[in-house]
Design a protein around this ligand. Structure first.
Ligand code: MRU
Length: 448
């Protein structure tokens, strides 16, 4: 559950099965209120209650507004909220183990058939998990790198900050070599680096440096939850405008920019999850997921996530989206991104730029959901974004019983492409919706 902010809304389940919604500034009161004070009158039992849902807000006013909204929902709508929350917990992409000595990730290469969590303790294991896409998606890679640096730094032996920091830098460079395109990896590593240097300059003990690194990694994870939520609220505003009586909003997405790729709501999926939070049913939307060759993130991950959340979901091969758009089934497209250049050119999973070109042809709005950590103002345009090239076997062998191409044939396997900024209707950042000219829009939004 979301741990950011100072005011909490909550739903508790009472011993007699009734649900009570409230808000508080004291997280401990979420389970106490109900047995005493104002909340008690809503329950027929004074037995312990179980916290089944909570959200955190920066201010009491926001929490109160949200409490009011939730109180308007039917029991069925609240059940959707609670079930989705449980699903988020189940597929949480990255966390620390309880003893905070290791990363605990869901191995995304095994999904959807097997939900297995694995422990990563060494730098080689963390590097391999990122490289092999056991953990993937730009924000989740950033969170993994941050927690990786915290866990690995806790084990560094040094008798001075200088000795500690030179090993820290080696670890940082090593993790940075795992994947080249998603800028969140470098952004998170730089944040951890700045945190270490700042602690070093303050002359605190090495134990305190290590504690601050853990706190910084926690902050990166928690901020990501809030960032996705803000992106979701803005995207939901767009969905509301498209809703016509009795007809689901048709949404197309590519790859997986979902909960598995982030700390909670996803980016491209956040508008859909936020729609559920606002009382939409899963059939108010119809999400078409591109399969996403060659690693099938759309089939294995996005269609798994969205159908598990009860959202009407259809899977199609990548080369079928043109027909879908032409047939009028798609009202809007949301995709994620791995790196956005200063002029708004956006790198995302291979195949994204083809979708944008088609969308322009068919007059369908095409939105890139971009946390500001993905916006790299040091890269002036998309031509300078490094594109990861991957193993040919992913194309020729990976999903087949026997190779599906002649032995030794030349294979082109870039993991990402760049969508030109003039094909993008808008870029949804947590700080607001940005439109072309993007460099001005980013500055206005305070993205520096
Ligand atoms: O190669 P992957 O699976 O890491 O690629 C992921 C994507 O392209 C996502 O769309 C992007 O990272 C955004 S995730 C919120």
């Amino acid at each position: 559950m979301n741990g950011m902010g100072k005011s909490y809304i909550y739903i508790v389940e009472c011993a007699d099965g009734t649900w009570y919604t409230g808000w508080t500034t004291d997280p401990a009161r979420r389970v106490r209120t109900h047995n005493s004070g104002k909340g008690a009158k809503y329950t027929r039992s004074r037995l312990p209650v179980k916290l089944i849902y909570t959200e955190a807000y920066a201010t009491p006013a926001q929490a109160q507004r949200r409490e009011y909204e939730i109180k308007q929902l039917t029991r069925r709508q609240k059940e959707v909220l609670v079930n989705t929350e449980q699903f988020f917990e189940q597929v949480l992409s990255v966390r620390l183990t309880e003893d905070r000595q290791a990363l605990d990730i869901i191995d995304q290469t095994l999904l959807p058939g097997t939900i297995r969590r694995i422990r990563l303790t060494t730098k080689e294991e963390i590097w391999e998990a990122i490289k092999k896409l056991r953990v993937r998606g730009a924000p989740a890679i950033g969170v993994s790198a941050a927690y990786g640096m915290a866990v690995l730094s806790a084990k560094l032996e040094a008798d001075s900050f200088g000795a500690f920091y030179s090993q820290f830098k080696e670890l940082k460079d090593y993790l940075a070599s795992s994947r080249p395109t998603a800028v969140n990896l470098f952004w998170a590593l730089d944040r951890m680096d700045a945190c270490a240097r700042c602690a070093g300059e303050a002359g605190v003990s090495l134990d305190e440096v290590r504690a601050r690194l853990y706190a910084e990694a926690d902050a990166i994870r928690e901020e990501d939850v809030q960032i996705s939520r803000n992106i979701g609220e803005i995207g939901f505003g767009l969905l509301k405008n498209l809703k016509k009586d009795g007809k689901p909003v048709g949404i197309l997405t590519h790859c997986n920019a979902g909960t598995l790729a982030t700390a909670k709501y996803g980016t491209a999926t956040a508008p859909m999850y936020i729609a559920l939070e606002h009382g939409w049913s899963g059939s108010d939307m119809h999400v078409y997921c591109d399969e996403t060759r060659p690693l099938l993130q759309g089939a294995r991950l996005t269609s798994f996530e969205l159908s598990s959340a009860g959202i009407t979901t259809t899977l199609q091969c990548d080369n079928m989206s043109s027909l879908l758009m032409k047939s009028g089934k798609i009202d809007i497209i949301f995709v994620g991104c791995d790196r956005v250049a200063a002029n708004g050119d956006a790198a995302n999973k291979i195949g994204t730029s083809a979708l944008a070109i088609l969308a322009k042809h068919y007059g369908i709005p095409f939105y890139v959901c971009a946390p500001s950590s993905t916006i790299d103002l040091r890269t002036p345009h998309g031509g300078e974004i490094p594109i990861e090239m991957r193993d040919p076997d992913e194309v020729t062998k990976m999903w087949y019983r026997e190779p599906m191409a002649p032995e030794g044939v030349d294979v082109f396997n870039p993991a990402f492409d760049v969508t030109d900024h003039d094909l993008i209707t808008g870029m949804i950042t947590e700080k607001g919706l940005c439109t072309d000219p993007y460099s001005d829009a980013f500055a206005r939004a305070g993205i520096v």
